[in-house]
Write a protein that binds this ligand. Structure first.
Ligand SMILES: *[C@@H]1O[C@H](CO)[C@@H](O)[C@H](O)[C@H]1NC(C)=O
Ligand SMILES: *[C@@H]1O[C@H](CO)[C@@H](O)[C@H](O)[C@H]1NC(C)=O
Ligand SMILES: *[C@@H]1O[C@H](CO)[C@@H](O)[C@H](O)[C@H]1NC(C)=O
Ligand SMILES: *[C@@H]1O[C@H](CO)[C@@H](O)[C@H](O)[C@H]1NC(C)=O
Length: 200
């Protein structure tokens, strides 16, 4: 096991200069990888969608994890808030799960952007930065709903045309825990306070 690890570490050590030499221009915009909270904010802001896991309420997988794709926005382009906002309808299978148990996990990855493809990073490579959020999905109201509408519709213009009889509403993930994988050496945690305090 130790030997394997050493071999792997060796392979990565050799691969790293090659990988870094393939770095796309946009990598300069990625905050230093040791600035964990800023990297998490960067990844969240640059993703337009993510995978939302709920606890299923639907037979035959009742009580089991259920992962589904949702459009997301944490701010108009270049103006990150850090908060993942969603446009949801109770007609949707995962939203029906959330009505029973609002606890959820949401994942976004730079594999969804040109970043990893241009650099040649496999989505599972730690260099292809990805973030896992846990928390609960909450309906947003009042001025926050206006904010959610603006940040979502600016990045997902098609939403404005979605059928009104589906009773769409705005929601957010109330983040309780954050994990970031952006470099070798294991996953890192970021507190919601560090995340919201970070300058993206
Ligand atoms: C990140 O690393 C740079 C260079 O090694 C160092 O100057 C900086 O203080 C580090 N930042 C944090 C938050 O550790
Ligand atoms: C949601 O998660 C919290 C922990 O963050 C837990 O206390 C609560 O019981 C969970 N809710 C449900 C409905 O499972
Ligand atoms: C928004 O209003 C709904 C319904 O009144 C409520 O359940 C929810 O907690 C509110 N959301 C927030 C973030 O206050
Ligand atoms: C967000 O979740 C935390 C932890 O579960 C809870 O204490 C807090 O009240 C929630 N925030 C809102 C706006 O409901």
């Amino acid at each position: 096991m130790l030997l394997l690890r050493a071999v792997f570490a060796g392979v990565w050590a050799l691969a790293l200069p090659v990988l870094l030499s393939l770095t796309p221009a946009c990598l300069s915009a990625l905050p230093p990888r040791n600035e964990t909270a800023r990297v998490a904010r960067y990844v969240m802001h640059h993703c337009d969608w993510g995978a939302l896991a709920t606890i299923s309420t639907h037979s035959p997988v009742t009580g089991q994890p259920f992962n589904n794709v949702f459009s997301v926005s944490d701010g108009t382009q270049g103006a990150s808030t850090g908060t993942p906002y969603f446009y949801l309808t109770a007609m949707e299978i995962s939203v029906q799960d959330l009505q029973v148990n609002p606890n959820a996990s949401f994942t976004v990855s730079l594999a969804q952007t040109p970043f990893c493809r241009k650099a040649g990073y496999d989505p599972q490579s730690p260099l292809c930065a990805h973030v896992i959020f846990c928390g609960s999905i909450q309906t947003v109201n009042g001025t926050e709903a206006s904010t959610a509408k603006q940040v979502l519709f600016s990045r997902h213009p098609e939403m404005a045309t979605w059928p009104t009889d589906h009773n769409w509403f705005f929601a957010k993930l109330n983040i309780t825990n954050i994990w970031l994988l952006d470099y070798f050496g294991g996953i890192k945690t970021v507190t919601p306070e560090e995340y919201y305090d970070a300058k993206p």
